[in-house]
Ligand binder design. Structure first.
Ligand code: NI
Length: 245
């Protein structure tokens, strides 16, 4: 439990709890090696192609073209991994996900403070999603580059995030954010947006806490325990009450 708590950092922002969740080992070492090898042999294009009007002005990085064969292959691979990640599903309650993008920041590249568009098209689907939750999966080890921290800005404080390769940070898309300049080496990552079944960050946070507690209690007492049953019922009733479908 202590480890779980350590991974969950909360910033209280004017009464709205903003949850940053660190999910470690989203990829196994083998998967990471495979993905990195694919990325190292890829051709990269200017990242401005997927930026909104405001963010394009401050974006200086490289991306795998989302509609390329490789871009689609790697996106599909990651989506499958996310579908089986218990923490991601518990925290985000994903409804629709924009296929993950892959980016690279070489020396001198950065992405200044910006906002992500609230609505984004899902390529090839003729649909747009509301961007509730952002996720960044780190694909370079921290000692492979200097700088390159993902910075999330709150009204009174900011948080700089740099994780081991294969780990992911999940944060509300409402947060203003930046990637600091890389001053040595190269930083590769994947990022994507999710529309949650639960629009309110506060409600998502409550459901996540409750789900995690119920899971721990189930391990301790078994699924037939009366309190486990009652709390599981409360969880699903809240989900039923708050979800948008
Ligand atoms: Ni962004």
């Amino acid at each position: 439990m202590a480890d779980d708590c350590k991974r969950i950092l909360r910033l209280l922002q004017q009464g709205n709890p903003t949850m940053l969740l660190h999910i470690d080992n989203v990829l196994t070492g083998e998967e990471l090696d495979w993905l990195r090898a694919r990325l190292l042999s890829a051709s990269w294009v200017d990242g401005k192609g997927t930026a909104g009007q405001q963010s394009a002005a401050s974006k200086n990085n490289l991306q795998i073209a989302p509609d390329s064969l490789l871009g689609r292959e790697l996106s599909t691979f990651l989506l499958k991994k996310l579908g089986t990640n218990p923490l991601f599903n518990s925290a985000v309650l994903p409804f629709r996900v924009v296929p993950p993008l892959f980016n690279r920041y070489d020396e001198g590249m950065s992405f200044g403070a910006h906002v992500d568009n609230a609505l984004r098209p899902i390529p090839g689907m003729g649909q747009r999603i509301r961007t509730d939750v952002s996720s960044t999966l780190f694909l370079s080890e921290p000692d492979e580059y200097e700088g390159g921290e993902l910075v999330l800005y709150g009204p009174s404080e900011q948080q700089a995030v740099k994780l081991p390769a294969g780990d992911m940070i999940v944060y509300p898309t409402t947060a203003l954010h930046a990637v600091l300049p890389v001053t040595r080496g190269s930083r590769m990552a994947s990022f994507f947006w999710t529309q949650s079944f639960i629009r309110s960050q506060e409600h998502r946070s409550i459901l996540f806490d409750l789900d995690q507690s119920v899971q721990r209690l189930t391990l301790e007492r078994g699924a037939k325990d009366q309190e486990v049953l009652t709390l599981t019922n409360i969880y699903h009733n809240l989900l039923r009450s708050w979800s948008e479908l």
